[in-house]
Design a protein around this ligand. Structure first.
Ligand SMILES: [Fe+2]
Length: 427
């Protein structure tokens, strides 16, 4: 066997491991491959991607930075560096990489779309729209960009245009969002029929769960919710104490990291008098990230054990592959987070790092309130139940991601700081 064919065979093995999501082994093989064939850019690229996929973001960034230096004409390396930076909340740095990639390769759909997604993170909606429209111009049937364009119309509650794009896409939650459009366009019969179709196709997720819960509660429709009936009964409050490993010192470091603005704040129109971190905080190479992850993983196991007898869809069909996605929200006096649910989650939670408990406050100030009513969905003047859950500093509140929730405004000198997370299914 010649040297080059052996190199190629090894590279194929590495590609296969990466495609099989066997990242631990891909890293092992990738490390020895790049040691032996240090000039092989594809090998380094796969090693970087494997590091990124397994949460070793610092190593991934190092590799992609070095690749962009050694091969300045490669749009792919620039784009991969951009994606990695965005994953840890460095949105503006990511944008600059995507722009460089597009300059090198003007029709590179992945980079154009990634640029649009990065713009969305910082609320540059028009620029995001231009990027997705650019993709559709290059490939009119591009499922992902059709979905993202539909989502932009959902944001402005332009249900007709949203439906137009979403109906033709099978990517992500497109079809579930189409169900949402039917409800919001007042097409009750079509809504019920399409829900039946989706159920037949095995589609269940928090978005559908939230829609059906709204229809059950507001319109008293006797339909079964494939995600979770009685979601309010599936709210669980636990505790993460110092003895569990997450010390006050680590909590301070996490809050300090957030305030130092090392990652960009995410634009969040629902949040008043507050800031939200970008990217996934669990991916940071900081001591607090790893400890918090293991504490929260334990709490999720406790949650599942607690509801082991439950027959609800989200528990029976717990995702085989998922990632934990975490972010920090800090709110100052007078602020709150408006009602929403987490369509891309499965189980959601909040770990309270600091809940101000001033004497002068109303008894529910700063707490979390749950309801079945979707804030953007038609309610026809009907009212719905709202349940406030009592939480204190170091409590962790977990609930099905379909459940709508908000924070009760509070007033006081201290900040209300919570760490939110989702169990996020991976396809
Ligand atoms: Fe939330």
């Amino acid at each position: 066997m010649t040297a080059s064919s052996q190199e190629d065979r090894k590279l194929q093995e590495l590609i296969k491991l990466y495609e099989q999501r066997n990242y631990a082994k891909a890293i092992k093989v990738g490390e020895s491959f790049t040691k032996k064939y240090s000039q092989n850019g594809s090998g380094w690229n796969l090693l970087g991607l494997s590091y990124k996929a397994s949460g070793e973001v610092t190593q991934a960034i190092e590799i992609f930075k070095s690749l962009t230096k050694s091969a300045p004409d490669s749009a792919m390396f620039q784009s991969n560096l951009g994606n990695t930076l965005v994953s840890i909340g460095r949105i503006k740095d990511g944008i600059s990489c995507f722009k460089k990639a597009i300059k090198l390769e003007p029709d590179m759909i992945n980079a154009i779309e990634a640029l649009g997604l990065a713009y969305l993170e910082i609320n540059e909606k028009e620029k995001a729209r231009n990027s997705f429209e650019h993709v559709i111009k290059l490939d009119p049937n591009h499922q992902r960009s059709l979905y993202f364009l539909g989502n932009l119309y959902l944001m402005t509650q332009d249900w007709i245009n949203a439906a137009k794009y979403l109906k033709g896409s099978n990517f992500g939650l497109s079809q579930s969002h189409y169900l949402e459009c039917l409800l919001c366009l007042g097409k009750g019969k079509e809504f019920l029929n399409f829900y039946k179709q989706l159920t037949g196709r095995g589609v269940t997720n928090p978005l559908v769960g939230g829609l059906v819960a709204h229809v059950q509660e507001l319109y008293k429709k006797d339909i079964k919710n494939t995600f979770c009936n009685d979601a309010m009964k599936h709210v669980y409050v636990g505790r993460i104490e110092e003895k569990d490993g997450f010390s006050d010192e680590l909590a301070k470091e996490l809050i300090h990291y957030h305030r130092s603005n090392k990652n960009d704040y995410r634009s969040q129109s629902l949040l008043h008098n507050g800031s939200q971190s970008s990217g996934n905080l669990f991916l940071l190479n900081e001591p607090f990230a790893k400890t918090l992850k293991s504490c929260i993983e334990k709490q999720i196991e406790i949650y599942k054990f607690n509801f082991a007898e439950s027959e609800q869809g989200f528990l029976k069909h717990w995702p085989k592959n998922y990632e934990l996605f975490g972010w920090l929200i800090s709110i100052t006096s007078g602020g709150n987070l408006d009602t929403h649910n987490h369509k891309e989650g499965w189980l959601s939670g909040s770990f309270y790092l600091n809940l101000p408990q001033a004497e002068s406050q109303g008894k529910d100030d700063g707490k979390i309130a749950f309801s079945y009513r979707g804030p953007k969905y038609p309610a026809g003047g009907r009212v719905s139940e709202r349940r406030i859950v009592d939480v204190k500093t170091r409590d962790i509140c977990m609930f099905p991601s379909s459940l709508f929730h908000e924070t009760v405004p509070f007033h006081g000198q201290e900040e209300r700081i919570s760490f939110a997370f989702d169990v996020k299914p991976l396809n």
